[in-house]
Design a protein around this ligand. Structure first.
Ligand code: SAH
Length: 262
């Protein structure tokens, strides 16, 4: 029996029906698949049974890498790396379908990095099927005017369509995590709003959401030097709160900001 490392967010998925559900969301046969954090390989086995063209896995834990090598031999390509340090844009020539029961302590970091690194519409994946802590998943799928809406949903909505597949209870994992989980399914959007630098979207949302309950007048003035003409042109009521603006408005605001600083 392998000992799970808490520091690496190791909660191995053991519920077969959840594994089946994950495996039946998209076609795997003859596709090139990437799995993040394969752990002891429960999901990995299921993916292999579906006969992908190729399966690449990224696992940071050396001990688990040894175990995976024994278990799967040449059937999978193993990268013993930190997923945050891998350049996902050059992993493979083919478009990848990605699976991952993510380490929860870095799940938002992984997703944000991937989104920020996509050059315009050059997606390196066609599907992302990822397990998050439920509370994080709720933030990702939240719509504007809702309690959980914020920077993460705006960033995700910019480039991806997202759908919740289901929630997953702690008892589906070993060891049991303290929190509920959710499986999300992401697909690239078409006609992505163009920005010069995605970091500007991050900056705008960081400043707007600094005080969630306050009116947006102050952050707006800070970013646009009190030029309220921009707000009236965009039909933005500065007495609203940050969560009342939809993601498209944040993209347009970022565009205006980029014009201002260029
Ligand atoms: N997918 C497996 C295990 C999920 S637990 C299962 O469902 O059974 C999270 C996995 O991610 C663990 O195997 C852990 O070692 C790995 N991991 C943690 N941090 C990582 C990182 N930075 N890069 C790559 N893998 C990581």
């Amino acid at each position: 029996m392998i000992k799970a490392k808490k520091s690496l967010g190791q909660n191995f998925l053991i519920n077969e029906s959840i594994i089946d559900k994950i495996l039946n969301i998209v076609d795997i046969k003859n596709k090139t698949i990437l799995e993040i954090g394969p752990g002891s390989g429960n999901l990995t086995s299921g993916i292999l049974n579906k006969e992908p063209k190729k399966l690449i896995v990224i696992e940071k834990d050396e001990n688990l890498v040894e175990l995976l090598k024994d278990k799967f031999q040449k059937k999978i390509q193993i990268l013993n790396e930190d997923v945050l340090k891998v350049d996902e844009n050059i992993l493979d020539n083919e478009i990848l379908t990605v699976f991952g029961n993510l380490p929860y302590n870095i799940s938002t970091e992984i997703l944000s990095k991937w989104i920020l690194n996509i050059k315009d519409e050059n997606f390196w994946f066609d599907n992302l099927i990822l397990m998050f802590q439920k509370e994080v998943a709720d933030r990702i799928i939240s719509d504007f005017n809702c309690k959980n809406y914020g920077r993460l949903s705006i960033l995700v909505n910019w480039k991806l369509d997202v759908e919740k597949i289901c929630d997953v209870k702690p008892k589906s994992f070993f060891p049991k995590p303290k929190v509920d989980s959710s499986i999300l399914f992401f697909k690239p959007k078409k006609n992505i709003f163009k920005l010069n630098n995605p970091k500007n979207l991050e900056k705008i949302t960081r400043i707007f959401f600094m005080h969630r309950r306050k009116m947006i007048k102050k952050p707006f003035n800070q970013l646009f030097n009190g030029n309220t003409k921009i707000a009236s042109k965009m039909d933005i009521d500065l007495n609203k709160r940050p969560q009342n603006l939809n993601y498209k408005t944040y993209l347009k605001l970022t565009d205006e900001y980029e014009k201002l600083i260029s």
